[in-house]
Write a protein that binds this ligand. Structure first.
Ligand code: GLY
Length: 364
């Protein structure tokens, strides 16, 4: 049975797409539909999407290149141009099929097209199922700085089907798992205990999900249900990030800086790898039990020392973070109870100290 969440004036359906999407679509009267995919989801996810939803494979598809480096104004221009060519009117529905880049970029283009057309998110990565597709944050990176241009606008619906996890390379699956860890740490101690349990592993992609009804599918349903519940509770409480929603940025102040820095090198970090390091560093900075978190994270993520030579560049990037106010860097860290937050205003020296701490715990 699918599970339905209500984070706002829309539903997040978790379960087999076949049991959710067709019935939802029948209730609507969209003038036109267009799909947005990237080169990977077009190949690996669209056939599955058409099969499960019964939508015609002739539905127009807009395609952008895959990868965070394409979450740009250039991709938006490509999408808007395709919308123009398709004469997309204001009663149209845009269906974003992909990970965070597709959801954020496609959502942003839909939200600004003729001042806004409806869009749905069909997340195909663990990261977007559990986090990016929910909560209405849309946007693009600008001049290498993540999510600098964007809007809040809720989708018409979100359809999360764990079946798509089969399509992911292992590194991508793990990247999303960092957001699951984050949700456990900020709001679900039982989920955190489960993750900490010896023997718990994120199974390689080809075994990640063997189809609806299989033990692996049901396992992912349970993890996603717990993780999505944390995200939903926070965006219900604070849709426009006036307070508690900043807690979803745990690990992201340092993590985004690392991700942006390494994006321009030959050895980029995935979003999850970057925020996994960010969660260890930010916990250390807050005086929390960073070693315990590091012990779990190190079971799943590679060790990646941060060269001290790049600390100044990281500090520059941290100063661009959207949470900063009045010239001060602000970091959101979990409080002493679930869904409680502490805001820190660390200095450059404190940030450098926690990066040094991180570099020193490779033996954990
Ligand atoms: N991904 C963080 C948020 O939705 O606020």
């Amino acid at each position: 049975m699918p599970h339905t969440f209500r984070p706002g004036d829309y539903s997040v359906f978790l379960g087999n797409l076949q049991d959710t999407f067709p019935a939802w679509l029948r209730e609507r009267a969209d003038s036109q539909m267009c799909l947005l995919a990237d080169e990977n989801t077009r190949l690996h996810c669209l056939p599955h999407f058409f099969e499960k939803t019964g939508l015609s494979p002739n539905t127009p598809v807009i395609e952008i290149p895959a990868g965070e480096q394409h979450k740009t104004l250039a991709s938006c221009e490509l999408i808007w141009q395709a919308m123009l060519d398709a004469r997309l009117d204001r009663q149209a529905l845009v269906i974003n099929i992909g990970g965070g880049v597709i959801g954020d970029t496609g959502g942003f283009c839909a939200a600004t097209w003729k001042r806004g057309v409806d869009f749905v998110q069909v997340p195909t990565t663990l990261l977007s199922m559990t986090d990016a597709a929910i909560g209405g944050k849309l946007g693009i990176d600008f001049q290498g700085i993540k999510n600098t241009i964007g809007v809040f606008r809720n989708p018409a619906a979100v359809f999360a089907d764990p079946d798509f996890l089969q399509t992911l390379p292992e590194r991508e699956l793990l990247s999303g798992f960092a957001e699951v860890i984050k949700h456990a740490l900020i709001g679900d101690p039982a989920l955190w205990q489960r993750i900490c349990a010896t023997g718990f592993q994120v199974r390689p992609a080809r075994h990640a999900c063997d189809g609806p009804g299989s033990p692996s599918y049901n396992g992912w349903l349970e993890i996603l249900r717990a993780s999505i519940a944390v995200k939903v509770k926070i965006v219900q409480d604070d849709p426009f990030e006036k307070g508690l929603r900043a807690l979803l940025n745990f690990g992201h102040t340092i993590g985004h800086a690392l991700e942006s820095y390494f994006m321009k090198t030959d050895d980029p970090l995935t979003h999850g790898e970057a925020i996994a390091i960010g969660m260890i560093c930010e916990t250390a900075l807050s005086g929390g039990d960073a070693e315990a978190i590091a012990a779990v994270i190190r079971r799943h993520f590679p060790n990646r020392p941060i060269p001290p030579a790049i600390f100044p560049a990281l500090w520059d990037l941290i100063q661009q973070d959207k949470k900063n106010a009045a010239g001060k860097v602000r970091m959101a860290i979990p409080g002493s109870e679930p869904f409680r937050m502490q805001l820190l205003e660390p200095t450059r020296e404190e940030v450098e100290q926690c990066l040094i701490f991180y570099n020193g715990i490779k033996s954990v």
